[in-house]
Write a protein that binds this ligand. Structure first.
Ligand code: FAD
Length: 542
């Protein structure tokens, strides 16, 4: 999803070197991976924070709506423009420096457009582009080259996502079962505000007092805001603003879905790559067995870094793809009696520990009704890559299926859930999905982060009528999941597609509290318009 080469088309604002008319050449920038299409009048591809601030200052005068875009892999239409300007950060893709603290931990400073797959390549090769780095960063780089291999743990499956977008959504993914979401791994960031002023935040330095937060900008302004009063769910959560008593200010920005400001730099905490990483795929004859195994794995396998699930419909989709498409012919052949699969990834300090953990996994699988013969173990990186291909192939295949169905009925679009519940409600939520899907007569495939009680249930509508039925069902689930103490978005963010669910989860008054926070940062509601709030909530701003 690269930006097109800088062309010679006329600037949309007379003489402005950065802002260009949104011509047909930029059609791709009307959507993200949710496939919803938006509109815009102008676009820019800044390369530096100063460029970003310059564009923001220019557009602030007439309160132009601005949609921030990273790599547009988001699934909630957060990066889909809502009129006005598209601020695309894909050219802000430089690593800016490296820091090593007294404990020997490394912290990498990046621009927001650095792509996750590139970051992984740099860390694997211990070779980070360092042009323009200062002396202390170069020293840290030399120390990193002598140190054990480092990794960044957040793994949102789609490695073409960029770091700024991941922070804006508080992305998670498989390994968040062990390492948590993006939030704790971001130690500092810079946020450009709608008027071009900047807030610089470092973890551990600026805290709320109770639910009141005051922030100083670089121009000397104070943002003073009462934080919302809701309690967040005890479940994986990326729904609306993160708030807690006495919270660190940086945590409000992470997961704010492009509505408070533009993240122009972020510092990432790296960690040593575990010396032994094994992936274990356990196939079962039915879903109940898979759920029993999940609970056992979660409770008893301390080195489990990821516990993922693929339901019977997901495996059937893979079987079809393998037969029908050469692009998927490398997928492993699945046994006929393999109905569903639980994948567990073990991160261990040495092979002895990994063997002991593998033994434990084997015991749990057999207790649940599985067998060693129906379990694959990937011990090498090559084998794990093949499993990664397998895991990535499921959402990709579903997207392709939806695209094909859309050709017969343009009203059909992707309909995937992103809800989570607390641990003790896993069986209840699966029962909810199964009974309501069957009663509604809808085809669906479910997969995802079952270790966190967080599945992506994707309805596969064959007509606009089925699409409408599926959408109504998601509303019902949002209410049920909320009553179970869960979250309506666990990792993709609310964007534009889940605003109604956010209202179900927190209620109108708490939404108003969130909107007041937004207006304290962005008084004219320019940024991320349509994300989290509908327009009526932002009326009466500055
Ligand atoms: C096949 C597939 C699988 C996926 N699996 C997962 C998964 O397992 N876990 C998961 O968490 N996600 C998953 N995703 C979703 C997606 O990859 C993430 O949401 C990703 O974090 C978004 O990053 P991006 O750079 O593409 O952001 P974009 O899509 O460009 O933007 C996302 C949001 O962030 C805002 N934004 C972007 N950059 C900035 C910035 N610098 N400052 C302020 N706001 C900004 C945008 O306005 C928008 O609201 C998946 C996506 C696909 C296509």
């Amino acid at each position: 999803m690269d930006a097109p080469a800088a062309g010679a088309e006329e600037s949309v604002r007379q003489g402005h070197p950065l802002i260009r008319a949104f011509t047909a050449e930029f059609d791709d920038y009307r959507h993200d991976e949710s496939r919803s299409q938006g509109e815009a009048q102008s676009i820019s591809f800044p390369q530096t924070e100063e460029d970003v601030c310059e564009v923001l200052r220019t557009l602030h005068g007439d309160h132009t709506p601005i949609t921030v875009q990273g790599a547009r892999t988001g699934l909630a239409a957060g990066a889909m423009p809502h009129g006005g300007h598209v601020l695309n950060l894909s050219r802000m893709n430089r690593c800016l420096g490296l820091r090593r603290d007294a404990d020997g931990s490394f912290f990498l400073l990046v621009q927001p457009g650095v792509v996750l797959s590139e970051l992984r390549k740099y860390l694997k090769g211990k070779s980070i582009p360092s042009a323009g780095w200062d002396e202390s960063s170069l020293e840290a780089l030399s120390a990193l080259q002598d140190a054990p291999e480092q990794m960044f743990p957040t793994d949102p499956t789609e490695a073409s996502a960029c770091l700024g977008g991941m922070a804006a959504c508080n992305a998670s993914g498989a390994r968040s079962f062990r390492y948590g979401p993006m939030r704790p791994h971001v130690t500092a960031l810079r946020l450009a505000l709608a008027d071009g002023d900047v807030v610089d935040l470092r973890r551990g330095q600026v805290f709320a007092r109770g639910r009141h937060l005051e922030l100083s900008t670089e121009a000397g302004r104070t943002i003073s805001v009462d934080l919302p009063t809701y309690d967040m769910p005890h479940a994986k959560n990326a729904s609306g603003y993160f708030v807690q008593d006495d919270m660190d200010a940086i945590d409000l920005v992470i997961g704010s879905d492009g509505t408070l400001g533009v993240i122009t730099q972020l510092e990432l905490a790296l960690m040593p790559t575990p010396p032994v990483i094994w992936g274990v795929s356990c196939f079962f004859a039915d879903e109940h067995q898979a759920l029993d195994a999940t609970v056992g794995l979660r409770d008893e396998v301390a080195s489990a870094a990821a516990i993922e699930y693929f339901d019977p419909a997901s495996l059937d989709i893979l079987r079809t793809q393998r037969e029908q498409s050469t692009a998927f012919s490398a997928l492993p052949l699945l046994a006929a009696d393999a109905a569903c699969c639980v994948y567990v990834e073990l991160h261990c300090q040495d092979e002895d520990l990994a063997l002991a953990e593998l033994d434990r996994v084997g015991g749990i699988v057999e207790r649940a009704g599985g067998s060693e013969a129906a379990t694959w173990v990937a011990r090498t990186e090559l084998d794990r890559e093949s499993l990664q291909f397998f895991r990535h192939a499921v959402p990709e295949s579903v997207n392709m299926l939806i695209d094909a169905r859309r050709r017969t009925d343009p009203a059909i679009t992707k309909l995937g859930s992103d809800m989570s519940v607390p641990d003790d409600r896993l069986h209840d939520v699966i029962e909810l999905y199964r009974t309501t899907l069957s009663a509604a007569g809808l085809e669906a495939a479910a997969w995802g982060h079952i270790g966190n009680n967080h599945l992506h249930v994707n309805v596969l509508p064959r007509s606009s009528e089925e699409y409408a039925r599926g959408k109504a069902l998601f509303g019902e689930w949002a209410r049920e999941v909320t009553s179970m103490g869960g979250a309506v978005s666990a990792e993709h963010g609310v964007g534009k597609l889940k605003r109604d669910f956010l209202a179900i989860m927190y209620g109108e008054e708490h939404l108003r509290e969130m909107a007041r926070v937004k207006l304290a940062f962005d008084p004219y509601g320019q940024l991320g318009r349509g994300n989290l709030f509908d327009a009526s909530l932002l009326e009466g701003g500055a």
